[in-house]
Write a protein that binds this ligand. Sequence first.
Ligand code: AP5
Length: 217
Amino acid sequence: MRIILLGPPGVGKGTQAEKICEYFGFARISTGDMLRDNISRQTTLGLQAKQIMNSGELVSDEIILEIVRIRTQSDDCRVGCLFDGFPRTLPQAQALDDSPAAPDVVVDLDLDDDSIILRLCGRSVHPASGRVYHVTFSPPKIPGKDDITGEPLVRRDDDNEDTVRTRLEVFRLQTAPLKMHYSDAAEQGRVRFIGCDGGRKIEEITHQLIQEIQKLR
Ligand code: AP5
């Protein structure tokens, strides 16, 4: 099974991806995490992507499609995989639809802008694992430390209010049209489409998604 988590920045895609992948044993494919890994290793790709990501704009379709093509060929994708933050443009969605990794299920998470800003301005992350925390909504056991490894948590460079507003605008222009793309695909029976209110408690959303995915397996 291949699942897409669609939704604006900060809606909770990464939070839910971690829980769903742990429950079902799916591989998590987060294009944002892959790009940040390249930035920390100072690869050519990372050097190209850093400035674009910090401005809140999107990295080119060409780069993204190539890293996803390679990643989806890994053995750990055989049980299933979950795309977090991909696709983000119509060309990315069309390329995925036409590939051997075409999606079966699309989850559309939704949330208002004010809640998104509150979430992203209070977020900290454990870069090595991608685990996410929030100072109020999902605090680590020890402030500033990852629960599992005890390593320091960091704030992302793009989690400031100005950049978040740019990311929201980019989402509206380039990614929101994918909702229609996948609703149409669902009407034609090519994918299952699950709408999800991202404003509820983390556990409630996880419960809904696990139940619905379970039914479709
Ligand atoms: P990416 O890393 O994908 O970021 P994003 O889509 O902007 O999403 P976020 O990671 O910010 O949010 P999220 O929805 O995962 O929320 P989270 O679970 O962390 O992309 C970053 C950049 O990389 C892009 O801007 C672009 O430049 C580039 N990029 C990546 N993919 C690309 C692509 N395909 N094409 C082109 N460019 C690409 O939760 C947020 C906070 O809220 C956390 O603190 C969490 O604890 C808290 N929280 C979560 N759920 C709840 C809840 N239910 N209630 C209360 N708090 C909650």
